[in-house]
Design a protein around this ligand. Structure first.
Ligand SMILES: NC(=O)c1ccc[n+]([C@@H]2O[C@H](COP(=O)([O-])OP(=O)(O)OC[C@H]3O[C@@H](n4cnc5c(N)ncnc54)[C@H](O)[C@@H]3O)[C@@H](O)[C@H]2O)c1
Ligand SMILES: O=c1ccn([C@@H]2O[C@H](COP(=O)(O)OP(=O)(O)O[C@H]3O[C@H](CO)[C@@H](O)[C@H](O)[C@H]3O)[C@@H](O)[C@H]2O)c(=O)[nH]1
Length: 441
């Protein structure tokens, strides 16, 4: 099958590479010429385990191409995937201008009947709008079907998720479209769920909102655990053993970040609001997350009320491990607040430092290792649970001026930190070493 993919962010690139890996001929189109030039050489613009290898393999097999010329990419395509961004508007709603632009690109360039597949996360009714734009402008008697095929990959395990996902959702309103898209996806060997277009669009938002709800729920429980002396790790494990609850997404921490949960929860509140429905539960989830992102600073200030002139090490900057993505990462808020309070901030991340340098406050300094970042520091804050951080020799903290570790990801055992004489604050667990009163949030 000849396939074109519009947009090569995480989703477009992983979609293009995965579809080529199962034998389709794929052209990926992006308006960003620098990015296209890199990808043509097999260089991935994002850090994602396994992606570069598959890219190179399929480019060499001549099944995968990149272009910034929409006509060249779209002309021959039998199926066109839209995978452009749908970022957040100021009011929290989804910004659809990139999707509209992609629909216009399709109208301008296609020369045969096509199926347009929307991978981008879009509000209910958007595929209908895309069909409207295309039908209104299509001059000839070409036939265009529109399909909703939301993406569920997670950053850091995107390739694995494509080949081992829990489901592929296909929302369509014609047998022809169902058949073609089902056939394209069959080699992935992932269960396929076929439904109507609006339900498919809603499945994506509802899934992300539900997972975000689990995280905010467990974060609230962790705060209550701290006040009552229970241990959140034991509570999560005990809850997760109930198969109706499940153990995933019950890890308490510093709130969810990333390119999806923050924007998609707010967009769903707007989507409901547009039909005069107040999504009270989800508003709570968003507010709890905002509160939780500040917990690290509150814990730090409980230990050191005045951090002005103090050296504070920040370990982990990406919004989660195995990605170089800083979108909506707690590191943005935390470093900003540290600098506002007059601290000297030295940061380290195994992979995300290049992106950090163009995202974080320019006053943030960068170290080449954990040891260098914490050397002579007054406190170390852990924001991302990278393996490199979780597996560090605890003796490294002896390099600090005062060994105080505030861990937003529960990377270490409290008793191990105690044994090493490290004052340790984590999430929803008893404190180690000196007993300092922690202000409840
Ligand atoms: N990032 C994820 O992990 C993830 C997972 C599932 C779903 N999603 C959803 O998928 C969509 C894409 O997300 P992303 O993170 O990959 O986006 P992104 O913003 O990182 O990338 C979008 C790309 O599209 C390009 N683009 C924009 N308009 C274009 C046009 N008219 N023609 C060609 N290229 C164009 C941009 O240059 C950019 O490279 C969003 O709706 C997002 O919510 C993202
Ligand atoms: O138990 C948990 C699980 C996750 N997180 C945080 O939640 C955020 C999101 O994590 P994750 O879901 O693993 O990463 P994403 O790559 O953002 O993936 C989510 O968003 C994508 C975009 O829509 C969807 O496709 C995925 O299915 C969905 O998991 C990160 O900040 C994590 O640290 C927690 O705090 N506790």
């Amino acid at each position: 099958m000849k396939i074109a993919v519009i947009g090569t962010g995480y989703v477009g690139l992983v979609t293009g590479v995965s579809l080529s890996e199962i034998g389709h001929h794929v052209v990926c189109i992006d308006i960003n010429k620098d990015k296209v030039a890199k990808m043509q050489k097999g260089i991935s613009p994002i850090y994602e385990p396994g992606l570069s290898e598959l890219m190179t393999k399929n480019i060499n097999a001549q099944r995968l191409n990149f272009t910034s010329d929409h006509r060249e990419g779209l002309q021959q395509a039998e199926v066109i995937y839209i995978a452009v961004g749908t970022p957040e508007n100021k009011d929290g709603s989804a910004e659809l201008s990139f999707v509209i632009q992609a629909a216009e690109n399709i109208v301008d360039c296609i020369e045969q009947d096509v199926i347009v597949v929307t991978k981008s996360t879009v509000p209910v009714g958007t595929n209908e709008m895309i069909k409207g734009i295309i039908d209104a402008h299509l001059s000839s008697d070409l036939k265009v079907d529109v399909v909703s095929n939301p993406e569920f990959l997670k950053e850091g395990s995107a390739i694995h998720d494509s080949f081992h996902g829990d489901r592929i959702v296909i929302g369509a309103d014609s047998e022809h479209a169902f058949n073609v898209i089902e056939k394209i996806n069959q080699p992935f060997n992932v269960p396929i769920f076929k439904t109507d277009i609006k339900s498919a669009e809603m499945i994506k938002y509802a899934s992300n909102a539900f997972l975000a709800t689990k995280i905010s729920f467990i974060n609230e429980i962790s705060n209550i655990c701290e006040l009552l002396g229970a241990n959140i790790e034991n509570v999560s494990t005990g809850m997760g053993l109930d198969q109706r609850i499940g153990s995933q997404f019950l890890k308490a921490g510093i709130g969810y970040g990333g390119s999806c949960f923050p924007k998609d929860t707010k967009a769903l509140i707007q989507i409901a609001g547009n039909v005069a429905y107040e999504f009270e539960l989800l508003k709570g989830v968003v507010n709890v997350n905002k509160k939780q992102q500040g917990i690290i600073i509150r814990k730090l200030n409980d230990c050191i009320p005045d951090i002005s002139g103090k050296k504070i090490a920040v370990l982990g900057l990406a919004f989660k491990p195995n990605t170089d993505d800083l979108r909506e990462s707690a590191s943005i808020l935390v470093t900003e607040e540290l600098i506002k309070q007059g601290a000297e901030v030295v940061a380290y991340d195994p992979i995300a430092m290049d992106n950090a340098k163009s995202t974080l406050n320019p006053l943030v300094q960068y170290a080449d290792s954990i040891a260098e970042a914490i050397e002579n520091s007054d406190a170390a804050l852990i924001l991302t649970d990278w393996d490199e951080i979780k597996n560090v020799e605890l003796t490294v903290f002896n390099k600090m001026k005062t060994p105080l570790v505030i861990d937003g990801r529960n990377c270490f055992l409290v008793k191990d930190m105690e044994t090493h004489g490290i004052e340790y604050r984590s999430i929803g667990r008893p404190v180690a070493a000196k007993q300092i009163e922690v202000t409840p949030i």
